[in-house]
Design a binder for this molecule. Structure first.
Ligand code: DOR
Ligand code: ZN
Length: 338
């Protein structure tokens, strides 16, 4: 049995830079039509020149693959209208990180004072530039995302025309916020649809499943699954595939990030099948919803997935993927450009 997905999009992706970029970008560009590329490089992508140069480096890394890097800029409250006007055509969204909340986010926002944020966010709203947010406070790790929901709501009501994307949501609280505000949207990763904190730390510690936001409780996973499986129109797939070299994961200070890019579509096919959801719902989740939300039209590409077991490699270069060495139910059969 095989299924076909049209122009899949990964609307939250870390491609990194230099050697890592060269190694891992092709693993996304092979099977996806495009991806929203996160700006948390060292230093982060903060200027028009940096976006253009980074995009060029990505295009070079993916070679002849048909893949659109949808670029993001690292949000700073100090951006003014004329700067935002000057970057508008180069970016698909801006990405807001609370300061220090995750990998390379030190230069992010500290404090969510609406008046302080108003000039930048009003300009973005007028210019129709969406805002992607890593929504976590610096509270207790299991509560960080739920504690951020009131901030999402404050922003959504203060800037009702600004499209706000709650990135990689992991909680029932975020799912519930989705339908309360017209301008709130969300991405969900594949790993948060599969694992809970038990998989990360319930037995032996599993560093390759450690990420931010950390996987939560079974009832949170169920809430995420429900909206993904029903193809909820405000929800899109964003892998948050975040490669770190093996030594940075298997160490006493484990870097946050799960690497799923090369197996994400196969895992989603298996999950949707197991849960009895149709291929049409999967298509909505992996592409159609994102096209509607962002107003993008990716280049055509058909991904044929076959229901034959695939043994996930132990490593992709120096990165250990999720399910390394294990068998998953679907494998990639063909990528068609016609
Ligand atoms: O687990 C994560 N890794 N979460 C993030 O928000 C950032 C990412 C990374 O860049 O490694
Ligand atoms: Zn991320």
């Amino acid at each position: 049995m095989s299924i076909i997905l049209h122009a899949p999009l990964d609307m939250h992706l870390h491609l990194r830079d230099e050697k890592m970029l060269a190694n891992i970008a092709p693993l996304s560009s092979h099977t996806f039509s495009g991806g929203l590329v996160m700006p948390n490089l060292v230093p982060p992508v903060c200027s028009r020149e940096e976006i253009i140069a980074y995009k060029e480096r990505i295009l070079k890394a993916i070679g002849t693959d048909r893949f659109t890097p949808y670029m993001t800029l690292f949000f700073k409250p100090t951006y003014d209208r004329s700067f935002l006007e000057s970057v508008k055509d180069e970016v698909t969204a801006l990405k807001l990180y609370p300061a220090g909340i995750t990998t390379n986010s030190e230069g992010g926002v500290s404090g969510f004072d609406i008046e302080e944020l108003r000039p930048a966010l009003e300009a973005m709203s007028d210019l129709e530039i969406p805002l992607c947010i890593h929504g976590e406070t610096n509270g207790f790790v299991m509560d960080r995302e739920a504690q951020f929901v009131p901030i999402y709501e404050k922003l959504a009501s203060a800037f009702p025309k600004l499209k706000i994307i709650m990135e990689h949501i992991t909680t029932k609280a975020s799912v519930e916020a989705l339908d309360r505000f017209k301008n709130l949207y969300a991405t969900i990763t594949v790993h948060h649809l599969i694992i809970t904190l038990d998989d990360v730390a319930g037995g032996m510690l599993r560093p390759h499943l450690f990420c931010k936001p950390i996987a939560k409780r079974p009832e949170d996973k169920e809430a995420l699954l429900k909206v993904a499986l029903e193809g909820h129109p405000k929800v899109m797939f964003g892998s948050d595939s975040a490669p770190h070299p093996q030594h940075a994961k298997e160490s006493c200070g484990c870097a946050a990030g799960v690497f799923t890019a090369p197996i994400a579509l196969q895992l989603l096919a298996e999950l949707f099948e197991k849960e009895g959801a149709s291929v049409e719902k999967l298509q909505a989740f992996v592409s159609d919803n994102a096209q509607n939300i962002y107003g993008i039209t990716p280049s055509s590409k058909r991904i044929v997935l076959e229901r034959t077991p695939f043994k996930v490699p132990d490593m992709y270069h120096d990165v250990v993927p999720m399910y390394a060495g294990e068998e998953i139910a679907y494998s990639l059969k063909e990528v068609l450009y016609a």
